[in-house]
Design a protein around this ligand. Structure first.
Ligand code: C5P
Length: 214
């Protein structure tokens, strides 16, 4: 496919990252993980000792930080922070930092720029609704809370399913309930519930959908 743009939105633990990465490989498109940018912004806020709930403080930190993605890694002022941004401290604060309009505005141009030339498979929460409303294909990937917690447990090597479920629900509630660019199903998005599908099946149906639609 040519410079096609595929938006994949969905809640925490829905499998967006694995699906987006594999779909991008199959279609020969760049993979753009927008959550990584919000996570790196959050790490910068935490390192600066700023308050994640303070919009002006967060915006000041982000304005002063260079966030980049290269070859599947995330760089903060040139330092590879890919592993650190997946840790529990960043995960616990990322919804607060990303709720601020000033933070979202600061990250918008980079997200749009990432697909400007070659297209891409872009994963996030507001890609189909706000960042790239003209995307060629919009998928909203979801799964039951129980299933998402199970997947996270396997990924993180944890066995406290109930804690994971609580964390997932808290992040869903924060990301879906915020005023600015809440996580939502874009009007023209295709909702794909992966609760009973394995990764191969989800990847295959998204690829099929893209090939049919473009
Ligand atoms: O997808 P991931 O779990 O890495 O996203 C981390 C957080 O970044 C989300 O919980 C959400 O608060 C924020 N985010 C966002 N908009 C996006 C992508 C992520 O607000 N497009």
């Amino acid at each position: 496919v040519g410079a096609v743009v595929v938006a994949i939105d969905g809640p925490a633990g829905s499998g967006k990252s694995s699906v987006a990465r594999r779909v991008a490989e199959r279609l020969g498109l760049p993979h753009v993980d927008t959550g990584a940018l919000y996570r790196a912004a959050t790490l910068a806020v935490l390192r600066a000792g700023a308050d994640p709930t303070d919009e002006a403080d967060c915006a000041a930190v982000v304005a002063d930080t260079v966030l980049e993605r290269h070859a599947g890694r995330t760089l903060l002022d040139g330092e590879d922070v890919e592993d650190e941004i997946r840790g529990p401290d960043v995960t616990a604060s990322v919804s607060a930092v990303s709720a601020h309009a000033a933070v979202r505005d600061a990250l918008l141009a980079a997200q749009r720029g990432a697909v400007a030339e070659e297209g891409g498979v872009v994963e996030g929460r507001d890609i189909g609704s706000v960042v790239l409303p003209d995307a060629d294909v919009k998928v909203f990937l979801t799964a039951s809370v129980r299933e998402r917690a199970r997947r996270r447990a396997a990924q993180l090597g944890r066995d406290d399913l109930e804690d994971l479920e609580r964390e997932i629900v808290a992040r869903d509630t924060a990301d879906g309930g915020r005023e600015v660019a809440p996580m939502q199903v874009a009007e023209d998005a295709w909702v794909l519930d992966s609760s009973e599908l394995d990764l191969d099946a989800v990847v295959a149906s998204v690829v099929e959908r893209v090939v049919e639609q473009v």
